[in-house]
Design a protein around this ligand. Sequence first.
Ligand SMILES: [Zn+2]
Length: 418
Amino acid sequence: MEKAKNILTIRRLTWAVLVLAGLLTLTAVGLLVSRMNRTHVGPSDTSCETVVVVAPGDTLGKLLSAQGISARDIDAIAKMLRKDAGVSTLRADNDKIEFVRASDDAPVTRMILRPGPWRVVELTCDDAGTWRCAAHDIERDTRAVYRAGEIRDGDSFYLAGSRAGIPAGILADVYDLLAFEMDFERDIRAGQRFSVLYEENFHDGAKIDNGHVIAVWFEALRGNVKMYRFRKSDGTIGYYDENGNGAIKSLKRTPINNARITSSFNLRRKHPVLGFTRAHKGVDFRASTGTPIPSAGAGRVVARGFNKGHGNYVKIRHNGSYETLYAHMSRFAKGVGVGTNVRQGQTIGYVGSTGMSTGPHLHYEIIKNGKHVNPMTVKLPAISNLGTGDKDRFLKYRALIDDANSQLKDNPNLFIQL
Ligand SMILES: [Zn+2]
């Protein structure tokens, strides 16, 4: 429980944050100095480096032979990359290869490849002409940052979140997490406040990317929603509510993020096409034709077909008691047929307006023990709860996170070193 320990060390946060702020300034100054030094000093002063950015259509063979590396060596290098570094493809416009030679016209003796922001693969050629490969992870300096916001009139959660300075990727993760508990269309009100604690990864003092969402708080209509990222003793990581119940539910209430509800579950609704009272046994989400429809949960496709009312529809059985149905699809996803096992979030089809429908939307039903239930209010089962030992650890961890959160609330521009 490395994280908990580190957060513990900042118990007396009021002055610890001041120290951090001071350290930050020092680091910045130190960095400047080291940058200045680096341009002129170093044993590789006389060596020659060429950096090649992988372009569309480039292959390892093409890039290496352009640097004068023999076909035999290319073969050996490709095998090593696959076997020792897990690199089997190059990503165009993303990957770079750095070629190092002793002088302008000397052969390449070193190659550096970065298959991701946190991994370096180094290939070196010894005097006998044999290439060797070594891969290692780049040490990251992870900080927990805090952002808080408030919903204003007419806001969406995304709007309020970006105004609070939460990066888009983190917002999308938060949205996915909260979608198990909230309906972002109808549960959002002006005045609701939220906060997020998430990771930012640095290397050499420069921010490289964002990490995970550590915790989320949201003042929802049904009460405060809190979620914490926690590692169980068996190593698996999940999100849990304040009591240690799995936050990821077996089914999502709203399969399509950010889609407006145009018609709710209502057993006595006047049908828009038929004109007479007919139960609306699901929820309609407005979305444009072609929008991917993700499965609300893991399960097996038990029906895929067409009928006059539903148009193209898919039905998924999730476990002994739950089924979901998705209707009016313009088309089905490739490879999704009766008997297909799908995972949560997997695209099963695309929004359309087939069957009895007045415009493109997703009609979504949850069927519990053979009876239609309201997807927005049905109590959904959690998929992963904590055992006794883990639960005790979780509650302690949660207290630390809550504490860190309230301290950062007063010093929102600071962060916690993890
Ligand atoms: Zn409907």
